[in-house]
Design a protein around this ligand. Sequence first.
Ligand code: C2O
Length: 553
Amino acid sequence: GDTVEYQFDVETMNVTRLCSSKSIVAVNGQFPGPTVLAREGDLVVVRVVNKAQYNMSIHWHGVRQLRSGWADGPAYITQCPIQPGQSYVYKFTISGQQGTLWWHAHISWLRATVYGPIVILPKLGVPYPFPAPFKEVPLMFGEWWKADTEAVISQALQTGGGPNVSDAFTINGLPGPLYNCSAKDTFKLKVKPGKMYMLRIINSALNDELFFSIAGHLLTVVDVDAVYVKPVTVETLLITPGQTTNVLLTTKPSYPGANYYMLASPYSTAASGTFDNTTVAGILEYEHDEYPGSSASFNKNLPLFKPTMPQINDTSFVSNFTAKLRSLANEDYPADVPREVDRRFFFTVGLGTHPCAGANGTCQGPNGSRFAAAVNNVSFVLPTTALLQSHFTGMSNGVYESNFPAMPSSPFNYTGTPPNNTNVSNGTKLVVLSYGESVELVMQGTSILGAESHPFHLHGFNFFVVGQGFGNFDPMSDPAKYNLVDPVERNTVGVPAAGWVALRFRADNPGVWFMHCHLEVHVSWGLKMAWLVQDGSLSNQKLLPPPSDLPKC
Ligand code: C2O
C-alpha cells in the first residue's frame, strides 16, 4: 500500500446555524471536517495539532487498528488527551476493510462538531462487487445545539438530570428548510438523470438513531461499517450513531421536472422529552441537460416530493430492516464466523441511577437521584491515566481491576417490570481475554427506567451479529436459531429495545479496547466498559510499542 498523510489543525471557529452563532471546535476550519481518503492496505498518517483550548483526542471509528492500539484514540483508554498546544501523530494501516468509516473526537462531547468521513477504496485494480457508481458522495448526519455542547453535558452531569436535547439534526452540517431560519443552510445533492450514485452515509449524531429516505427513489444497501453486504433495496433505512451505510441510488432515466426531499428523522422508544423529535431535510435536485450545473434558476416552481417516514417508535421497522442485512459470504468475501466459542459473556445494558449524595445542587434524576447507566450493573468510570499505557508498562495497580462480571450477579426479568432498586455501582473493570479466543457476547437490553435501543460499538474488532430477538434471551432455545452462515459483520449494533443481540468475534487484536453505547448521553452516564486482549506468543501477535510522542497525562 501507499502512505497517505494529513495534518489536522484543531481550532475554534464561528459558525451560524438557525440564526444563532457560536464558537465550535473544528478541524482545518471545516465543518464537518476533512475526508480521510485511503485505499485498503494504505498506511494512514495524521498529525493532529491541538490549537484549541480543550483537551483533544481523535478516534478512527471502525478502523481495526491491528496491533496499533496506540492510534485508536479514546481518551483515557488508549491514550491521554492531546493537551492544548500539543500534537500527536496517529499512524495505522487499513487492512481488510473497504467502504466508509469516520473519525471523531473521543473526549467529552467534542465529537458534536469534530468529525469527518473516512473513505476506504478497494485496492488498486480490485473492483466493487457491484457496478461502479458514476459518483460517490459522503452524507454525514449530525446534531446541532445552539448552546455550547460542553456546557450542555457538564450542566447535565452536575445536576444528575438529562442534558438538553439538540435544536436540529443536520446533513453535512446543514439543518435544512424544515427548521426556522435555516432554508439557506440546506444540503443539496445535484444529480444527473440515468446515473448511479453511491451515498456514503454516516450517522455522527450524538444521541439519536435515524431513519433515512429519499422521496421517489429506492436505496440499495451494499456495504455497512466497511464490510460488503448482500445488496438489499429499501425505501427507508435505519442507521444508529456510529454506523456507516453505503447505498446505491439510481436516478430517474430522464429529467423528471421535480425535486425530492431526503429526510432523516429519529427512532426512539425513550420517554418523550429526552430526544430531539424533528426532521432534517436535504434536497435531491436534478440538473437539466440544457443547463448543466445550474438547476437553481428554473427549479423554483417545481413540485417537491416528501417521503413518508416511519413513526418515531417503529421498533418493528427497525428489526425488519436490520434482519435483512447479511454478509456476502462468498468465495471472494468469505464470512469467517467463529463456529466454536471459547468464552461466553452475557451483559445487561441499560439505564439506572446513582444516589444523589455528595452532588452539589439539585438532583434532577428519577426520584431525586442521578441518572446512570451500566453494563452488568457496573457504571464504568474513566481512569485518570490511559488503560493501555498502564497495561503495557505493567503499572495497572489502582488504575483498573480485571474482574468485569461475565454475567449479572443475579438474574432478573430483564424486560419485565423493573425492580425497585435501580442503583448501579461504579468501577473501572476490564474483561481479560487470551489472544485468539473466540468470544460470544449476548447483550440484553433492560427495561429499568424504560426500554430503549442501545447502539453498541466495539473498538478494535468487527463482530458477527449471529442472532437477535425481543424479550429475555433464552440460552436453551435461542442459540439454535443463530445464523452462522452469512451474519452481518460490523462494529456497531443496536441492542433492540426490550430485546437482545448475540455477537461473535475472535480476540485476535492485542490491546485495550473500549466498548460502549454510541448515544453520547449514555456514555456520560457510564454505559461503557473495556476488554483487555493479551499478547499472543508469536512475534506478530503482540501489541507494538507506543510511539515516542504518545501524550502523557
Ligand atoms: Cu465512534 Cu468509541 O466511538
